[in-house]
Design a protein around this ligand. Structure first.
Ligand code: SAM
Length: 228
């Protein structure tokens, strides 16, 4: 007889997940303190992640979930940069940076990164920094990024993914409902994001052995690349 009982698992199941209306409100609040809190932690890693694009003058870059624009100083004015975000508060902070530093190569647009208005293959690179665990459908975000990037382009994902170390992973799944309340999922795995998207993982790495964030370089095509 087939066993009809639910599968035994040591992994606690949580239903808490993100939703765009709540996220927009949460990040409007975060906007006030983001740069001097979380923003302070990310500088070095974000610099490294964006350098993995290996951009060329004239390249078009889309930064999905650009937030307060902490990444803006990484993009030289030889690039054309579009930054999109859901939160008016976060985007207003990014707009201040654009004005203050006269970044005429940057355009900002408010919108949902899961359903963008851009044409297929209209960007050389797509950057998703600390945002894939914030959207309601991480898998859909990668589908959209794949649609938008050129066939030989790169998608750079910088994110914390649920730990594969059993105790830490267990804690991250248990604590997920709390993290969701403050603006991100702690139970998201890279495998869940990639499932069925058809993107190649060119490589992924951490900037140090103790770093909890990963830099993942993806492409629709196999490219002969290794970490720089
Ligand atoms: C943790 S912040 C990261 C900001 C920035 N990328 C960074 O690394 O500092 C996540 C950002 O994603 C934005 N976001 C969340 N869901 C989004 C969606 N569906 N579409 C566009 N932006 C979204 C939030 O408003 C927030 O600004």
């Amino acid at each position: 007889m087939p066993d009809a009982s639910p599968p035994r698992t040591s992994a606690p199941q949580t239903n808490a997940t993100m939703s765009e209306p709540a996220t927009s409100r949460i990040y409007d609040l975060w906007a006030k303190t983001y740069d001097c809190t979380f923003g302070r932690l990310i500088h070095k890693r974000q610099t490294r992640a964006i350098s993995e694009m290996r951009h060329q003058p004239g390249d078009r870059v889309l930064d999905l979930g650009i937030g307060t624009g902490m990444s803006l100083h990484q993009y030289p004015d030889t690039l054309e940069v579009v930054g999109m975000d859901l939160s008016a508060g976060m985007l207003a902070k990014a707009a201040e940076k654009v004005d203050e530093h006269n970044l005429s190569h940057v355009s900002l647009i408010r919108g949902n990164a899961l359903e963008t208005p851009f044409a297929d293959h209209s960007f050389d690179h797509v950057v998703i920094s600390h945002t894939i665990s914030v959207v309601s459908e991480p898998n859909k975000l990668l589908h959209e990024a794949k649609r938008l990037v050129k066939p030989d382009g790169k998608i750079i994902v910088l994110n914390h993914f649920c730990s594969k170390t059993p105790v830490v992973g267990w804690f991250e799944r248990v604590a997920n409902p709390l993290f969701v309340k403050i603006g991100w999922r702690s139970d998201l795995t890279l495998e869940e994001c990639l499932e069925g998207v058809g993107l190649r993982v060119l490589y992924h790495f951490k900037t140090s052995a103790v770093d909890i964030w990963q830099i993942v370089v993806l492409s629709p095509k196999r490219l002969p690349l290794t970490p720089g």
